[in-house]
Design a protein around this ligand. Structure first.
Ligand SMILES: Cc1ncc(COP(=O)(O)O)c(C=O)c1O
Length: 382
């Protein structure tokens, strides 16, 4: 299916040129409606039944599982990427002297937990430096070949959050298995926009912040735990994650067994009665559009943005190493001036380190692309 621009489904004025999905996506109009209904329900708690604590969260996991290509049992609702990564760090073993491989300049959610884990276990964090050509896959595979079994945990994304450079996670996962290293993924910058087959990659844990490409309201995210890690220890000793918690009259018949699958890792108040229905409306819409169709539309946009930038003297990351939904352009020391010029021209995007990060989505139309071409300053003009 070929998608057309979906701007009519968002509350986005025509003069808004928002190329910043990597920062935070706008909610859909259908989500606004779902949110209003959830607020009305909150005004009438006498209408809230025990089953309401399970229905929307259960559907969130089912729709999320479709996007990942895994079983809904393997999916848990968590508040943030940090929470999911911390859960993985709590459960994965690390020997004294063991190494945790990460990417240099990785988003902090996928860094601090590993630093703490390494300190607690007498291991170390091994950041792979940013390769000059952004060929992360080769750089990571070379580091793994060099360090071998010293690397016990590999914590990655499938695109680098600031540059949009892409990683071949199937190839990396194969190497992890060969060396016996665990693989933990933070897919916050791609799940929902880029086709990703979690079953094919078979990571140990995966998390994705919701409020970017999954179009979630802020504060609700998805985590995956492989069946081999579904007997682990959660961060919180919650009650709703226990077997039989559906029966509110019997909660003090304390039950130390957890619900099946990855549910044990869910956050307290995971049945967030306001956020879950709003998230659910987005996941249903993403599955209706289909992730490959979203990616196809967005990839055509980033290609056009890259062509325009090249025409102005910039050198975006080479097509073979960049993803189709995030376009990173190295602007060196000129980042703040470039960003300010774009902002003055009404274009919203991000600067992360030396990378100008452009991340369009289905609301972006021809006028937005033209606007970017008109206001992007020449690479040599400052
Ligand atoms: C790669 C990546 N991971 C995670 C996050 C958000 O993390 P958290 O959900 O812990 O706030 C971001 C936000 O920019 C990100 O880019």
């Amino acid at each position: 299916m070929t998608l057309q621009c979906q701007r009519h489904l968002f509350d986005m004025p025509q003069e808004t040129c928002y190329l910043n999905a990597s920062y935070m996506t706008p909610l859909l109009l259908s989500q606004m409606e779902a949110g209003k209904q959830a607020l009305v329900q909150g005004c009438h708690p006498w209408e809230i039944e025990a089953q309401d604590f399970f229905t929307a969260p259960g559907e969130v996991c089912r729709e999320g599982a479709r996007i990942m290509n895994v079983s809904p049992d393997d999916v848990a609702i968590v508040p943030s990427a940090s929470y999911g990564i911390s859960t993985a760090a709590k459960n994965l073993p690390l020997s004294s002297g063991g190494m945790i491989l990460v990417m240099a300049e990785e988003f902090p959610s996928n860094h601090y937990a590993w630093q703490a884990k390494a300190e607690a276990c007498g291991g170390s964090v091994l950041p792979v430096p940013t390769p000059p050509d952004h060929d992360w896959t080769s750089a990571i595979l070379e580091t793994m070949a060099e360090k071998g079994e010293q690397i016990e945990i590999v914590a990655l994304a499938n695109v680098h959050w600031s540059s949009g450079a892409v990683l071949d996670l199937v190839a990396i996962s194969k190497e992890c298995k060969r060396f016996g290293a665990a693989l933990v993924l933070d897919l916050s910058q791609s799940l929902g926009a880029m086709p990703i087959d979690i079953a094919a990659i078979d990571p140990d844990f995966m998390v994705s912040a919701g409020y970017k490409w999954l179009l979630a309201p802020y504060g609700i995210s998805l985590m995956y735990a492989a069946p081999r890690w579904q007997q682990g220890v959660p961060i919180e000793e919650g009650w709703i994650t226990r077997e039989g918690s559906e029966d509110f009259s019997a909660l003090v018949n304390y039950q130390y067994k957890f619900q099946r699958g990855a549910k044990r890792y869910e956050m307290g108040e995971r049945a967030n009665l306001l956020l879950a229905p709003v998230f659910l409306a987005a996941l249903k819409q993403i599955n209706e559009w289909s992730v490959p169709a979203i990616y196809d539309y967005v990839r055509r946009l980033t290609q056009r943005l890259a062509d325009l930038a090249e025409g102005m003297g910039y050198r975006p990351i080479a097509p073979e190493f960049r993803s189709g939904h995030i376009l990173g352009i190295n602007v060196g020391a000129h980042g703040p001036a470039t960003l300010a010029a774009l902002k003055a021209g009404g274009v919203s995007c991000s600067l992360r380190g030396s990378m100008l990060r452009l991340s369009p989505h289905l609301w972006v139309n021809e006028l937005d692309i033209d606007r970017f071409g008109q206001v992007l300053p020449k690479a040599v003009s400052f």
